[in-house]
Design a protein around this ligand. Structure first.
Ligand SMILES: [Zn+2]
Length: 245
């Protein structure tokens, strides 16, 4: 199966947090979207790999994803090595996506940083015909970055307002990580209510950049080639309201 958009995250909840609304929106528009988790999140303070797998599949269902794979790379020990690049190259070749989206290049979590590098390098190497990995060579034409643990002024802003509650539902499907239960094993950075408030606040702030309630930001390093300047979308929202200046 060929995918339109393949989102790759280091841990089983990262894609939801960073780019969940955009994926839900594109799945609803009829595009084939899928998620790859590099690790099973086995060093997370709460939850087990088995529980986290069930939660990840539930979240993928909420989001309307066609696929969700876990590559089983070692959590908290991601490194840019040939051994870790190969399975990422192979899954990019298997799904032949038009767009690959991975984490932004700056982040306090070492796995997030390395996932950024792994995705970027794998997307390039997957296109080398003679690279020794399984599958037919494929270089995704577009490689994007979603915001995760650090903010950066985005190159692209996607209005996700109508999909916001589904994004939150997908995040909350990871109940072992985020649920505010009395029986939760250990208080962590992510199950503190401030963490969920932070996600909502960031998405509201990015929304404010285009005057909508909620949006997600995407960072793009490559240049965008435009033949016709009139095809740029511009501030459509402003022109819809002629009384507003
Ligand atoms: Zn993570």
């Amino acid at each position: 199966m060929q995918l339109d958009i393949l989102a790759i995250g280091p841990h089983p909840d990262d894609v939801e947090i960073g780019i969940g609304g955009t994926l839900i929106k594109h799945a609803d528009m009829g595009y084939k979207c899928g998620i790859v988790d590099l690790t099973a999140g086995e060093t997370g303070t709460n939850g087990t790999p088995e529980i986290r797998k069930q939660e990840a599949l539930k979240a993928a269902e909420v989001m309307g994803m066609m696929t969700r794979d876990c590559l089983g790379l070692p959590d908290a020990r991601l490194a840019v090595t040939e051994e870790m690049l190969r399975p990422i190259i192979e899954i990019i070749r298997r799904y032949q996506p038009k767009i690959v989206i991975g984490p932004y290049s700056k982040d306090r979590h070492p796995d997030h940083l390395r996932a950024h590098q792994l995705v970027r390098e794998a997307a390039h190497l997957a296109g080398l015909h003679k690279y020794p990995a399984a599958g037919e060579a494929h270089r995704p034409p577009v490689v994007l970055q979603f915001l995760l643990g650090a903010y950066s002024d985005p190159s692209i802003v996607v209005d996700i307002t109508p999909y916001y509650e589904r994004k939150m539902e997908a995040i909350c499907a990871h109940a072992s990580q985020f649920a505010l239960r009395a029986d939760i094993e250990v208080q962590t950075y992510v199950n503190d209510p401030a963490f969920m408030r932070g996600i909502r606040a960031r998405d509201q702030f990015v929304g404010s950049l285009i005057q909508v309630p909620y949006a997600e930001g995407i960072v793009m390093d490559e240049h965008v080639e435009i033949n016709d300047l009139m095809s740029l979308p511009g501030r459509q929202r402003m022109s819809h309201n002629r009384n507003r200046r």
